[in-house]
Ligand binder design. Structure first.
Ligand SMILES: Nc1nc2c(ncn2[C@@H]2O[C@H](COP(=O)(O)OP(=O)(O)OP(=O)(O)O)[C@@H](O)[C@H]2O)c(=O)[nH]1
Ligand SMILES: [Mg+2]
Length: 386
């Protein structure tokens, strides 16, 4: 991790990520994995969490279940067998029609993987949730609960035509179709009944989680890397303070020369040059981005789209404050007919302050861009392997 942070600090994004991406799977064994169980209210999320923990409703440590809205905030449950795995029981998406939606308060970004729980047919609530998860670049399994109820209803309706396999297949196809319609290329659908954990796809789901655990942890680890970079980027920004002071002071001195408006173009030029230097220094120049794009199998254009570079026009707008000092000088020259002492002081002071502000803004913008580029670079990394 120290090597990774050092490489980020020195603007070597490709080296930093390449080290992490080539780590062997077992090295992710101790990575914590937070799995969120989400879905519409009453779909059986808490019952599913209990089933995963091997608990019955009402057992000590079991999630609360019931017909009314029972889960009103995200609650963590440590998996009894899978190491470092926490299941999060979330409130139902859509909430109660009478009050606030407690689901809206949950920060989905803090979870590494999702189990979307749905019952009955595939609906817009499922589609919305899937979009939200995909928008975060995260992966999910779709769990269709209460299969026992579907079978029972079918048996009652048409006992002579009852065919369990056909009904389950029909349910699976409905979920599969719904997910593909929402742009999920390879939907992972599991049909379960939380009351009968040895039937349907429940055992397969547990097996799958166990089998892909390390890959899930690797993906969680990799997608968390941009957040690990945040303090490093802050440190890098802080290390530039001296350079910014020196440049701002230099621009202040130029502005204090008794020629109105002399500093405007040199200042604009130096600010934009500093901006380009920052991009290179943070590892966001074109050749570095091309290398990074190649490493993560994306286009440099896609990575570049995550950046928000400052434009010359916006920097020029900030520099318009320099005109205040120039105006005072002009008044002193042509109205008061003397050497512009006050104008020089005002012009130098304002130029120093505005330069300091613009240069600080440059470093913040480029640090923010680096974070966004890293998020884009690791987005979806490892998707195909889960
Ligand atoms: N028949 C059947 N009933 C289930 C199943 N799973 C859950 N239930 C019932 O469905 C109701 C709601 O279950 P919960 O687990 O509380 O649902 P939830 O999604 O956590 O509900 P909220 O937290 O309120 O959003 C309860 O009465 C459960 O007993 C299942 O697989 N089969
Ligand atoms: Mg619940």
């Amino acid at each position: 991790m120290e090597d990774f942070k050092a490489a980020i600090y020195h603007g070597q994004l490709t080296d930093a990520l390449s080290n992490m991406l080539t780590k062997p799977l077992p090295s992710f064994n101790n990575t914590p994995l937070n799995i969120a169980v989400a879905g519409e209210p009453g779909s059986g999320k808490s019952s599913f969490v209990n089933a995963m923990l091997g608990l019955q409703p009402g057992d000590p440590g079991a999630a609360e279940t019931g017909i009314g809205a029972t889960t009103l905030e995200a609650k963590p449950y440590r998996h009894p067998v899978l190491p470092q795995v926490t299941l999060w029981d979330l409130p139902g998406k859509g909430g109660s029609p009478f009050g606030e939606d407690p689901f809206a308060k949950v920060d989905l970004n803090r979870f590494d993987f999702f189990i979307v729980v749905g019952f009955q047919r595939f609906r817009t609530t499922h589609a919305d949730l899937v979009h939200e998860i995909q928008g975060l670049g995260k992966r999910f399994y779709f769990v269709r609960t209460k299969a026992d109820l579907d079978l029972e209803a079918s048996k009652r309706q048409q006992p002579s035509a009852y065919n369990e396999e056909e009904i389950l297949q029909h349910i699976k196809e409905d979920c599969d179709r719904g997910l593909r319609r929402e742009g999920v290329a390879d939907p992972q659908v599991f049909i379960v009944s939380t009351w009968e954990t040895n039937r349907f796809d429940f055992p397969l789901l547990q097996e799958r989680l166990k089998e892909y655990l390390l890959r899930l942890k690797r993906q969680a680890f990799i997608s968390n890397l941009p957040n690990i970079c945040l303090p490093v980027l802050e440190q890098k920004k802080a290390s530039m303070k001296k350079r910014i002071w020196a440049k701002a002071l230099w621009l202040g001195v130029i502005a204090a020369l008794p020629v109105p408006g002399l500093s405007f173009f040199p200042a604009l030029y130096l600010c934009m040059k500093f901006h380009t230097w920052c991009y290179r220094n943070f590892g966001l120049d074109d050749p570095s981005l091309a290398d990074l794009a190649e490493l993560v199998g994306k286009t440099a254009t896609a990575l570049k789209a995550a950046t928000k570079p400052l434009t010359t026009a916006s920097v020029a707008l900030w520099r318009l404050t320099d005109l205040v000092g120039a105006s005072v000088m002009i008044v002193e020259y042509f109205h008061w007919h003397h050497f512009p002492i006050i104008g020089c002081m005002v012009s130098g002071g304002i130029s120093f302050l505005s330069s300091y502000f613009v240069l600080r803004k440059c470093t913040s913008a480029v640090a923010g861009d680096t974070h966004r580029v890293l998020i884009e670079a690791v987005k979806g990394e490892g998707k195909k392997s889960i």
